[in-house]
Design a protein around this ligand. Structure first.
Ligand SMILES: C[S@@+](CC[C@H](N)C(=O)[O-])C[C@H]1O[C@@H](n2cnc3c(N)ncnc32)[C@H](O)[C@@H]1O
Length: 357
């Protein structure tokens, strides 16, 4: 889970993190660029070695992973990010890296955005330190700002959701996407508070949530962590986007191409795990008296039986790495399957809010 205990080391003490891609495929990133520290970088590169060919980084962020892929041997990397901030920041350094290009869009569109089949796809899910650190983006319950949370800055914001959803919808959101056990109590409090005045700031929402929960003990996460995660997931339609993104990766990868996904909470990891189980023919067989279904040709071969996690040294330097889980799989030559959306899609709810009905 991306928690707010996360304070990126570079924001307090700006370091040389940006120059990881230097030496191959381009120049360097200004040392004071104050960018996100890529997680699980060493185990990722070790597991992918030897890196070569055309890679898609579907969650470009500050480009740390993209530069590292080039430094490790990728001949070019197409970065995709839906947040204009990632593009604004990259404009300061990307010209020095001719092997890296960046487009604005969603990773679920990667097969449309790419000009060729890919040798590898990387997804490093969740929010970046740049998004969390800017109070004006509304992702942070530690920094007061507008209750926004939209990566693409389009569609309904977290404030729209909080002020327009019914009490039952709010409870469902907090329960399903935040795994918040006090979901109903918090939803009731939100509805009572917004009747006085719409809830439009992160600090007010965090205080409302915190009043419904026991005071955290030292070392425990902030009480608003789960509620903020839930709203962020819905505001960005993150889980459906992940499911669509995995299907898009299946379509764009060459036979033998690698898919690497770093997730930060159990909802994301479950989607990746189930996708790979289904695509590798390892999904559970279902009801034993059901008619046998023909075995499908595996579309992926998982290369990580258990997810790769950060070691203590990385967590000590970058607390964000604590909950990171990396899974890697190799694409086979089997044809891609058509994508079938499931009921976890928050699209209809978001459309209703956007229309205001
Ligand atoms: C955790 S950061 C990635 C950091 C990056 N790996 C690095 O080394 O700097 C995730 C980034 O992915 C972007 N993002 C999240 N979901 C996305 C999606 N569905 N499509 C495109 N970009 C997305 C976010 O805006 C954010 O910039």
């Amino acid at each position: 889970m991306t928690t707010e205990s996360i304070r990126s080391p570079w924001s307090a003490r700006r370091t040389e993190v940006g120059d990881r891609g230097a030496g191959r495929g381009g120049g360097s990133v200004p040392a004071d660029s104050g960018l996100h520290v890529p997680v699980l970088l060493a185990p990722l590169l070790a597991a992918l070695a030897p890196v070569s060919g055309f890679w898609i980084d579907g969650t470009f962020g500050a480009g740390g992973h993209a530069r590292a892929l080039v430094a490790a041997g990728a001949s070019r990397v197409l970065g995709i990010d839906r947040d204009p901030l990632a593009h604004e920041l990259a404009a300061e350094w990307i010209d020095a890296f001719p092997a890296i290009s960046l487009v604005r869009g969603r990773f679920s569109e990667m097969d449309r955005l790419a000009d060729a089949p890919a040798d590898g796809v990387l997804l490093d899910l969740g929010v970046s330190s740049m998004q969390l650190d800017r109070a004006g983006r509304g992702f942070s319950f530690l920094r007061d700002g507008p209750l926004d949370m939209r990566m693409s800055q389009e569609g309904p914001s977290a404030a729209d959701i909080v002020n327009a959803a019914t009490e039952v919808e709010l409870a469902d959101i907090l329960y399903h996407y935040g795994e918040e056990r006090a979901a109903r109590r918090i939803a009731r409090a939100i509805v009572a508070e917004r009747a006085k005045e719409p809830i439009v700031t992160t600090a007010r929402l965090a205080a409302i949530v915190a009043r419904q929960l026991p005071r955290p003990r030292p070392g425990e996460t902030h009480p608003a962590t789960r509620s903020f995660q839930a709203l962020r997931i819905v505001a960005n339609d993150e889980l459906a986007e992940l499911a669509r993104g995995l299907a898009a990766a299946e379509r764009v990868l060459k036979p033998g191409g690698l898919l690497a996904v770093i997730s930060f909470h159990s909802l994301e990891d479950r989607i990746v795990k189930q996708f790979l189980a289904g695509a590798s023919g390892r999904a559970s067989g279902g009801y034993r008296h059901a008619p046998a279904t023909p075995a499908e040709e595996a579309r992926f071969e998982p290369l990580t039986r258990r997810p790769v996690t950060a070691d203590a040294a990385e967590v000590a330097c970058n607390p964000r790495a604590r909950s990171a889980r990396l899974r890697i799989a190799r694409r086979s030559a089997a044809p891609a399957r058509p994508f079938v959306p499931d009921s976890g899609d928050t699209g209809a709810f978001r459309t209703r809010l956007a229309r205001g009905n």
